[in-house]
Ligand binder design. Structure first.
Ligand SMILES: Nc1nc2c(c(=O)[nH]1)N[C@H]1C(S)=C(S)[C@@H](COP(=O)(O)OP(=O)(O)OC[C@H]3O[C@@H](n4cnc5c(=O)[nH]c(N)nc54)[C@H](O)[C@@H]3O)O[C@H]1N2
Ligand SMILES: Nc1nc2c(c(=O)[nH]1)N[C@H]1C(S)=C(S)[C@@H](COP(=O)(O)OP(=O)(O)OC[C@H]3O[C@@H](n4cnc5c(=O)[nH]c(N)nc54)[C@H](O)[C@@H]3O)O[C@H]1N2
Ligand code: SF4
Ligand SMILES: [Mo]
Length: 792
């Protein structure tokens, strides 16, 4: 902390508004927060985006809610009749209502809503909220993971036994950005990609829009929204056909050589055979030794072949069962190759709208320019086929052999702090009640995360059992999740709803109790490890509160520590002492809060990246190897190979002729999701909701640039301003989401989030079709038409 003048105080901290968590200098003058500046001494502090620079407007916005409120009028009434109450009253009432429903119907009858730590500062207090939800005992948490990160952080594990981890951009020869536009969404990623480019790294961007790095890529693949799976299979097919892949890696580290029975579509086991391979028995797997012309056993527990062998990757063999029946088999890799062969470049062009030549060129580039690192985010995750698309991308990436290699995707060492999220408090019996598990035993329900569609169903129709209460930490369901109208019906039906937020959102408007949350600059926050590099991971920082909280606003941490006491589990919350809790987290690092307070820039804990971890530990998958073929998927009734399935709403499915345009969306640098329209410097730059379309598609419909238009789908309508984008396929439009908030200072309007005359993108999207595994909804693969407003 250093005083530049008598009154200016400059404190190192970080911006918490998004996943980038840029290191920053927080500046106050005469007790007032002036703003943040980049802090090049911080591993993520090279620069700040316009949102980060607008921090003081967020803090001092007249649209913030500063006091606890109680509803006095019925839900659904245009006027909630908010009445200001004290924190004491608000917390007492919340505790007694939560306790009542828990006693009457079990903790599972209360669902939690939780906004995203990638696009809000809830990350400051996430650990405490997690601990609270677990201690309270509810297995139903609507986190939005299914439309955000589940594919990359969880589905990825079905292939690799771990998440997508971190692209080691610094050492990459080739970078792949697949449905990820860091220029608008992750400043620190963008900085790292830019410097890798300067150093000569090659770049492949898969995006329907020519935005951000797509403009400077070696290959920009303009994929049809939701057809990424077919594209990935097509590229993999070219790599395999031309020998442009790391054969040795695939043979040694994937389950490609293991034989699969044609009759059951399961792996062949030693016990299936009349003559098991030497030394193999029971459920040992079987591969083929071509030189000996014999099967050879593979033990998953030992992660090794039972005899020295160079197994055959691509072969079909026929065996005899103990009863003498014939057992035709093919290696997993052979089956994958057959699948890829169904997507030759010209067919990819027909399905995915990417030029055939680019499929081949991209395959070659991936082979020649490695090591390859990649990141795949919202462009992949928001489709009804998201999980298999993620499988298709990960198996494709397995072919490069760059996994866990310098310049590939790697896991950085993390400071070994104590995990206080309290997973151990939630019993197996409670976990089993998670309503998402009905959809798929493999999906987000395993971590007790639920989709908004199943939440609405449980509230509205009591299926699989009634959910009566909602404790919502910021999630703005009506704007950020599909079918906002059904969301509103569900919210209106709740017996009790408590909501924490900084502003009064349309979703919070349905609450019984509203609790006002402060902004990051008004509260302390501990961060153990940042993202993007080993140096960032090593940093432990306690961001200081640089100004007092406005009004009576307080942190989510305060809320849950206070409620835990009232609900009888204060002992699990250090009897209300947050500092004691924070000290417990950092104790294993040999640090105390006093140490961190004395060094607001943070303390670096030594840690080295551990490349090639799998060589010692194998992969955390059922076969102990990268799973090209996932038997777990087979057992759950899904295709064990990364099969491409058309999105539920697709121009290639019949019945959609009235909606000839594919509708997708993207984030803008000015705002996070449904936030920040009230911030003058941001709204001035982006005053209206926009839909981008090709000028020819506009001309066909009599639409001029900047005209207000109506977007129509089977599910609803929304009004936005037309923008021309020559780079788009003329059959694709990309629109903004999250528009509801007015801007009082600029006199710019609010939008009715439940009306056709409003601008709520997600009213256009049906929540009746979901990814069978993750529950993801097709936010980016709907079909629509667009008309000028005057003729609407
Ligand atoms: N069509 C379409 N829909 C999308 C997406 C898309 O790309 N297209 N993206 C999806 C994605 S990736 C996500 S993650 C979701 C996000 O959906 P949500 O998680 O609902 O995120 P927001 O809409 O930003 O709402 C966050 C709320 O949290 C409040 N808030 C800010 N700071 C705090 C805090 O410290 N504590 C609390 N309690 N509240 C705080 C904000 O004021 C805001 O009202 O949206 C999804 N919806
Ligand atoms: N400014 C800002 N930053 C944010 C956020 C924010 O709301 N605003 N939110 C944070 C959160 S929660 C998240 S999840 C991240 C997400 O970060 P990103 O994944 O980078 O987010 P998007 O820009 O929504 O989507 C990336 C790209 O996907 C493209 N795309 C659309 N449809 C498809 C498709 O079908 N296939 C492919 N391949 N690409 C497609 C879009 O055109 C877009 O350029 O950003 C985080 N950072
Ligand atoms: S990218 Fe912008 S909003 Fe996100 S942490 Fe950095 S400065 Fe803050
Ligand atoms: Mo997200």
């Amino acid at each position: 902390m250093k005083a530049d003048s008598e009154t200016e105080i400059r404190t190192p901290g970080f911006c918490a508004l998004c996943k980038s968590r840029c290191g920053a200098i927080l500046v106050t003058r005469e007790g007032r927060f002036i703003g943040q500046e980049p802090n090049p001494d911080h591993p993520t502090g090279q620069s700040l985006c316009i949102k980060g620079r607008a921090a003081s407007e967020i803090v001092y916005s007249p649209q913030r809610q500063l006091y606890p409120l109680r509803r006095t009028r019925p839900k659904g009434d245009a006027d909630p009749g908010w009445q200001r109450i004290t924190w004491e009253e608000a917390l007492d009432r919340t505790a007694s209502e939560l306790d009542r429903i828990r006693r009457e119907a079990g903790a599972e009858a209360i669902a939690f809503g939780l906004t995203t730590p990638s696009g809000t500062p809830i990350s400051d207090d996430l650990r405490w909220i997690e601990r609270f939800m677990n201690a309270f005992g509810s297995p139903n948490v609507a986190y939005g993971t299914e439309i955000c990160n589940w594919h990359k952080d969880h589905a990825h594990a079905f292939t690799f036994g771990r998440s997508i981890a971190s692209p080691d951009f610094e050492k990459s020869g080739c970078i792949v950005l697949w449905g990820h536009n860091p220029s608008a969404t992750w400043l620190d990623h963008a900085t790292a990609v830019r410097s890798a480019r300067t150093r000569g790294a090659r770049l492949i961007v898969i995006d329907p829009r020519r935005a951000g790095f797509a403009m400077r890529a070696d290959q920009w693949l303009r994929v049809r929204p939701g057809a990424d799976g077919a594209l990935a299979l097509g590229i993999a097919g070219e790599m395999i056909r031309n020998g442009w892949f790391d054969v040795q890696f695939v043979r040694d580290w994937t389950n490609g050589p293991l034989l699969v029975r044609k009759d059951t579509n399961r792996f062949l086991r030693a016990e299936d055979l009349a003559a098991p391979p030497s030394g193999a028995s029971g459920d040992d797997f079987v591969a083929w030794d071509a030189s000996a012309g014999l099967p050879v056993g593979y033990s998953a527990s030992q992660r090794a072949y039972l005899q020295p062998v160079i197994p055959e990757l691509d072969v079909s063999v026929e065996f005899l069962s103990p009863t003498g029946a014939s057992l035709p088999c093919r290696t997993a890799f052979g089956l994958y190759r057959d699948l890829c062969n169904e997507y030759p470049p010209d067919r990819v062009e027909t399905i995915a709208w990417v030029k055939a030549a680019q499929v081949t060129e991209t395959a070659k580039l991936l082979f020649e320019a490695g090591p390859v690192s990649y990141y795949a985010w919202s462009g992949v995750g928001q489709h009804t086929n998201a999980t298999q698309t993620d499988r298709a991308i990960s198996t494709l990436m397995a072919l490069t052999g760059s996994f866990d290699a310098p310049g590939g995707n790697v896991e950085y060492a993390r400071p070994p702090a104590r995990d206080v999220s309290g997973g151990e408090f939630l019993s197996a019996a409670q976990r089993a009640k998670c309503i998402e598990l009905k959809r798929s035993p493999l999906g987000p329900g395993r971590d007790r995360w639920i989709g908004s569609d199943v939440l609405y169903e449980a509230i509205l129709h009591g299926k699989p059992y009634p959910i009566r209460g909602l404790f919502d930490f910021g999630k703005n369901f009506i704007l950020s999740h599909a079918n906002g109208d059904r969301g509103a019906q569900a919210l209106a039906k709740l017996d009790f709803h408590v909501h924490t937020d900084v502003v009064m959102t349309p979703t919070a408007g349905f609450a019984d109790i509203f609790l006002p949350i402060n902004t990051p600059w008004e509260r302390e926050a501990l961060r153990v490890g940042f993202e993007g590099s080993q140096a960032a991971q090593n940093l432990v920082q306690l961001r200081q509160a640089v100004i007092p909280s406005a009004g009576e606003s307080a942190s989510d941490g305060y809320v849950v520590f206070e409620l835990a006491k009232r609900l009888g589990f204060g002992d699990l919350f250090w009897d209300g002492d947050i500092n004691a809790g924070l000290n417990a987290i950092i104790a294993p690092l040999g640090l105390t809060l006093d140490d961190l307070r004395a060094q607001p820039g943070g303390i670096s804990v030594a840690g080295e990246p551990h490349y090639f971890r799998y060589r010692k530990e194998g992969f955390k998958t059922p076969t102990g190897r990268i799973e090209i073929f996932s038997e777990s998927f087979r057992e759950a009734g899904e295709n064990p190979l990364p099969q491409f399935v058309e999105p539920a709403m697709s121009p290639r499915r019949p019945g959609n002729d009235a909606f000839p345009l594919v509708l997708t969306s993207a984030k803008v640098v000015h705002y996070c999701h449904s936030q920040h329209r009230h911030v003058p410097s941001l709204r001035r730059r982006s005053p209206d909701p926009e839909v981008s379309m090709h000028p020819d598609a506009a001309a066909e419909r009599g639409i001029g640039e900047d005209d207000w238009v109506e977007i129509r789908t089977q599910n609803g309508r929304a009004r936005m301003r037309a923008k021309f984008d020559h780079s788009l396929d003329r059959r694709v439009v990309s629109a903004q989401y999250g528009w509801w908030q007015g801007n009082d200072e600029l006199g710019l309007p609010a939008f009715d989030s439940l009306a056709d005359a409003g601008a709520n993108y997600n009213r256009l999207v049906s929540d009746q079709h979901a990814d069978p595994i993750s529950g993801s909804i097709g936010l980016r693969s709907s079909v629509c038409d667009i008309a000028p407003i005057d003729r609407a």
